[in-house]
Write a protein of this length. Structure first.
Length: 389
């Protein structure tokens, strides 16, 4: 079967790219190994949440996806309060103070996945979804790539898009070099109900044992993301619900009062991944296949959605270039994305290392940096503008 584009990986970023190419006239295939889990019939909450930037929300809205989400399960963030590890330094961000409606939206992974996959089923006959299916081999030819699937199908594509996650199989097949290191931290996620209202405020504490964030959910609920050192993460996962609530409330300085567990904690290891090239002949990487950053800024999914937005724009504006796998065309995408990705990698990796240091001079400097930045509105706004795109 011949296609212009085969997207490997049907997560939020890969599937959004396919929807964004609707009406392009390109013949597209999406290959995904697992169907998204169906939405539960109850009112339970997903422990995996995303802080969606206004720019990403606008992109999803332009695809007709954002407006399909259940509004009652989305929480706008109006303020963010970030605290250093000396008990005094802090950094405050306000949507109102910056002339914005919101800093971000907190949305559930499964809600977003369900909406984008429902949209895939309504696309025209130019889109074919292979799911569940996996690729077993790629072979390069001058004008195409051949993809062999486990179900026996052989696909031919002018362009293969790797949207298959941080351990990307496509990236390995294309022999794209990566540099990576482990943070020796585990991201512990769970949801809680709170004693006090959060007033649409996101909180973050930089601590000696990791970074704790409490993100607002509808009503008096919050989602926790605790990037904890491995020993601390092991302790947290072994705690009873009551003990976990006490530990989190204490780490958050009892800002939201007593807590009650809504969803049980889960954990995932944290690693830094820098990809040396986003493109090779007839191959392009997007999403976590193209970068892996620390979640302290909550920007991983937004970085991926900006990849999808830029790649779709590049392919849609290729003019008379009929070959969507043309290397010079793909280089346009890479040049457009490199600066954004490198900046986010530098900031998140640098902050993690800075706050992971026990050097007393660095401890003072990092907290002093918070205090100075908090007093400079122009600098704070510059920092926010990048995160809002």
């Amino acid at each position: 079967m011949k296609f212009d584009i085969v997207v490997i990986g049907g997560g939020l970023v890969g599937a959004s790219l396919v929807v964004a190419l609707k009406g392009s006239g390109l013949k597209i295939a999406l290959v995904e190994s697992r169907l998204p889990l169906p939405l539960p019939n109850d009112t339970s909450w997903d422990s995996r949440i995303y802080a969606i930037s206004p720019g990403s929300a606008a992109f999803l809205q332009s695809l007709g996806l954002w407006q399909r989400l259940e509004a009652a399960r989305i929480t706008p963030v109006h303020e963010m309060k970030v605290f250093g590890d000396d008990g005094a330094a802090r950094l405050d961000f306000s949507a109102y103070g910056s002339g914005l409606s919101e800093l971000a939206f907190i949305a559930e992974n499964r809600q977003l996945q369900a909406v984008v996959w429902n949209a895939l089923t309504t696309l025209d006959e130019n889109v074919t979804v292979f799911c569940p299916a996996q690729c077993v081999s790629l072979s390069w030819h001058e004008s195409r790539i051949d993809l062999q699937l486990t179900d026996g199908n052989l696909l031919q594509a002018a362009l293969v898009v790797g949207a298959d996650g941080v351990n990307s199989w496509v990236r390995k097949q294309a022999e794209i070099e990566v540099t990576q290191h482990a943070y020796h931290q585990v991201g512990i996620v769970a949801n809680f109900s709170t004693e006090f209202p959060h007033y649409n405020t996101a909180y973050q504490w930089f601590r000696r044992d990791g970074i704790l964030a409490l993100l607002p959910l509808p009503n008096k609920r919050v989602s926790m993301v605790w990037s904890a050192n491995e020993s601390q993460a092991s302790t947290l996962r072994d705690l009873s619900d009551e003990a976990l609530c006490r530990q989190v409330a204490e780490a958050a300085n009892h800002t939201l009062g007593k807590l009650q567990v809504v969803t049980e904690p889960a954990g995932f290891p944290l690693n830094f991944v820098h990809v040396k090239a986003l493109v090779k002949p007839r191959v392009v990487l997007i999403g976590d296949a193209a970068h892996g950053i620390h979640p302290l800024a909550g920007q991983g999914v937004n970085l991926g959605l900006r990849d999808a937005r830029e790649l779709a724009a590049t392919l849609m504006s290729r003019g008379l270039q009929s070959d969507c796998g043309d290397f010079m065309l793909l280089r346009r995408y890479e040049r457009a994305r490199k600066e954004d990705i490198l900046a986010m990698e530098f900031v998140t990796d640098g902050l993690q290392k800075l706050f992971g240091s026990e050097d007393p001079i660095l401890i003072r400097l990092r907290n002093l940096g918070f205090e100075i930045t908090n007093r400079l509105p122009l600098l704070k706004n510059r920092l926010m503008q990048h995160a809002l795109s």
